[in-house]
Design a protein around this ligand. Structure first.
Ligand code: HEC
Ligand code: HEC
Length: 415
């Protein structure tokens, strides 16, 4: 971790403490009442429908969907406190804290840490030691997680932007499977992340996260509430034990699980509201394509970027008109690729340690720094960092004239 990041992390720690993250009373108020905020808001704020700036709702939503977007946005921005169920161990106290570049729902340069142990080519997430995700903060120093000494792999992952995720969610599984079957040049393969979606129990194609580890926004919301904030829900009812220590957890866990209760009026919990917000969030707005940007689009195809960063996919049929059979200009095949030395070294079923999902490139101008751990300050550095299946395209990029490289980057910065 570079010194800037360490400085930033301690700033967050201080901010969280001063924001009223109080010490829990061990075994004092066992299963106290979790502080509830007023949930059902009969007059949600009015949001104009457009889709022309970062953070807008999708164009074409009806009034009920716009209201769900507004309620969900409030939930996404809501700051959790220890009295509201935050922790015992957590990484931050609201979704927006890590997702804010450009607008609520954007990326950020905040990193989370994963660890594990590689033994004879096999990755062990050290689940019994609290892995593979580290929770960096705690409501009490006694439950503070540390990276266990057994870990021999430590990786950082940057927060990703959430614009347009409802469209990505609406892409049929088979369209992604089709991408895997397509013949590709340059030694590019690409594998589907087949997973079981915890919200339905169905086999689905994962598409969210750096490892394509989850298939639905509701699953990601539940996962993030638990693993980033320590708030349990109906799909993730078990708190994370600090470094796997269940006795410590029992001593410091103050609220009965699941903490996220359903609103009796709307029958939705916090995770549903956050999922609504993400589902109805418009894709990043495009900028007009200049002449040199248009030249860059040609270069993008010629050097082989589009083999993985597929410019457009289509959503399937959806009961939500704004998501029904729409083009999705994401610049991704949503497949896992063996990225060689660029892989993050973390095995996360079904993705292997060297495999990473092709990240969408839309909205790139608002999502830096780049690559899974933010190691690339610029788009140029991100391209030069490709390896494995991306090595051939990288080599062709390196051989371009400076003007062609500028055109390519100008193109990407308008999408
Ligand atoms: C501590 C910072 C942090 C907090 C808090 C946080 N996230 Fe994230 N988020 C991340 C990181 C890092 C990733 C990439 C994770 C990965 O792939 O391993 C991510 C990825 C995501 C993704 C996947 C996006 C994609 O396109 O693949 C979704 C969805 C998401 N977060 C939703 C949420 C929601 C909802 C909340 C609040 C409940 C939340 N996040 C809170 C850091 C955070
Ligand atoms: C083999 C598939 C593949 C090819 C070909 C490929 N990429 Fe990528 N690209 C990826 C993957 C996978 C990542 C994420 C790697 C990581 O961060 O670990 C990525 C990351 C990126 C990023 C950083 C995105 C972000 O949000 O951090 C940019 C920019 C990018 N690619 C542009 C390009 C360009 C331009 C080309 C052509 C020169 C190209 N890629 C060719 C698979 C590919």
């Amino acid at each position: 971790m570079n010194p800037n990041l360490i400085a930033r992390s301690s700033l967050i720690a201080v901010a969280l403490l001063t924001a009223g993250v109080v010490m829990a009373q061990p075994q004092f108020h066992r299963f106290a009442e979790r502080a509830q905020r007023p949930r059902h808001n009969p007059d949600p704020p009015v949001v104009p429908a457009s889709g022309s700036v970062f953070g807008d709702p999708l164009p074409g939503l009806n009034a009920a969907q716009l209201a769900a977007f507004a309620v969900g946005k409030e939930e996404f921005e809501n700051v959790e406190t220890a009295d509201g169920g935050l922790g015992p161990i957590f990484n931050n106290n609201s979704c927006v804290a890590c997702h804010s570049s450009g607008a609520t729902g954007g990326a950020s340069d905040i990193l989370v840490t994963r660890f594990g142990r590689m033994v004879r080519g096999h990755f062990d997430p050290l689940a019994e030691k609290g892995g593979s995700l580290l929770q960096q903060f705690a409501i009490d120093p006694a439950v503070q997680e540390v990276i266990p000494p057994e870990a021999n792999v430590i990786a950082h992952r940057q927060s990703t932007p959430l614009f347009g995720l409802g469209l990505i969610e609406a892409i049929p599984d088979d369209a992604i499977r089709q991408n895997a079957r397509r013949q590709k040049p340059d030694g590019v393969a690409g594998r589907v992340s087949e997973i079981v979606d915890i919200t339905t129990g169905q086999q689905r194609v994962g598409r969210f996260g750096w490892k394509a580890q989850l298939a639905s926004l509701l699953a990601f919301a539940g996962d993030a509430y638990l693993n980033e904030m320590g708030i349990t829900s109906r799909f993730f009812p078990v708190e994370n034990a600090p470094n796997g220590n269940t006795a410590l957890l029992a001593a410091f866990d103050r609220f009965a699980d699941p903490e996220d209760e359903l609103d009796p009026v709307t029958e939705k919990g916090d995770i549903d509201a956050a999922a609504d917000f993400m589902r109805f969030l418009a894709p990043p707005p495009r900028l007009p394509l200049t002449q040199s940007g248009r030249a860059g689009e040609m270069v993008f195809g010629q050097v082989g970027c589009a083999v993985c960063h597929q410019p457009t996919m289509m959503t399937g049929r959806s009961p939500i008109a704004a998501l029904d059979r729409k083009p999705v200009n994401l610049f991704s095949d949503l497949l896992l690729h063996d990225m060689g030395a660029l892989g993050d070294g973390i095995g996360q079923e079904p993705a292997g340690p060297r495999e990473m999902k092709t990240p969408p490139l839309w909205g790139l101008r608002a999502s830096g720094p780049y690559l899974h751990d933010g190691r690339a300050a610029t788009v140029d550095e991100a391209i030069r960092g490709h390896d494995g299946e991306g090595a051939m395209a990288r080599e062709r990029y390196n051989r371009l004239s400076p003007q062609q490289r500028r055109q390519l980057i100008e193109f990407l910065n308008t999408r």
